[in-house]
Design a protein around this ligand. Sequence first.
Ligand SMILES: C[S@@+](CC[C@H](N)C(=O)[O-])C[C@H]1O[C@@H](n2cnc3c(N)ncnc32)[C@H](O)[C@@H]1O
Length: 231
Amino acid sequence: MKDNVKPGEKWEFNDEVARCFKNMLERSIPDYQSMRALSYELGTRFVQPDTLIVDAGCSTGMAVEPFVERFKDTNDFLLIDNSPAMAAASKDRFSEYPGVEVRAGNLWENLPLRDTASLVLSVLSLQFMPTAYRQSMISAIYESLAPGGAFIFVEKIVSENMDDLMVELYYDMKRRNGYSEEQIMDKRRSLENVLSPLKPEWNVDMLRTAGFDKVDMFWRCLNFCGWIAVK
Ligand SMILES: C[S@@+](CC[C@H](N)C(=O)[O-])C[C@H]1O[C@@H](n2cnc3c(N)ncnc32)[C@H](O)[C@@H]1O
């Protein structure tokens, strides 16, 4: 379904957004298909049998879906999202998969886990948490991982010293993808104080402070970045 959402004052992940979410991401994330493909290719290399695969801020379950398809016989899955509409969409998507548990709740109420995970995904989700919570969230993700496990972390970022230029090119991309000036500006206003991007090195510092030994950026396009961090 095409994204024609008219955002309210404050951005919400509601039913309307859940219904058109695939189209919204495809048209709003630069180099979207590469980000998806690399997150999957990298993630698969760290999955250990009989461990959990976790999607923190799963939305409709698109990031974890290829992992479910590939590892459903060897792994269990925990998907967490605090939007009832998104959690319901994920429950729907995976209703035929007994190894997939979807929890409608806040990340900080559900992490760290007692069971060990070999892979945690957070794709464009922690950016919606208050910045004061992010370090403890990343530390909780570190604690949830078994040794050798990996965290795939994708975020919108604030560019170190060329943010205006990155954002300008980002809006050009949205125009090319069929969003009107009004839609772009409405979304921008609606996301203010809801989505708080950080500079790339602040994210890397938090990963290192949490204890991750190996941290590397695997993808970047304009004002979006992806990192892999290994315990
Ligand atoms: C941009 S979407 C994530 C997209 C998804 N990970 C994917 O790859 O398709 C951000 C999601 O994070 C969820 N979220 C934001 N803050 C959260 C929190 N504190 N606890 C749980 N989920 C949260 C939102 O409800 C939303 O579904």
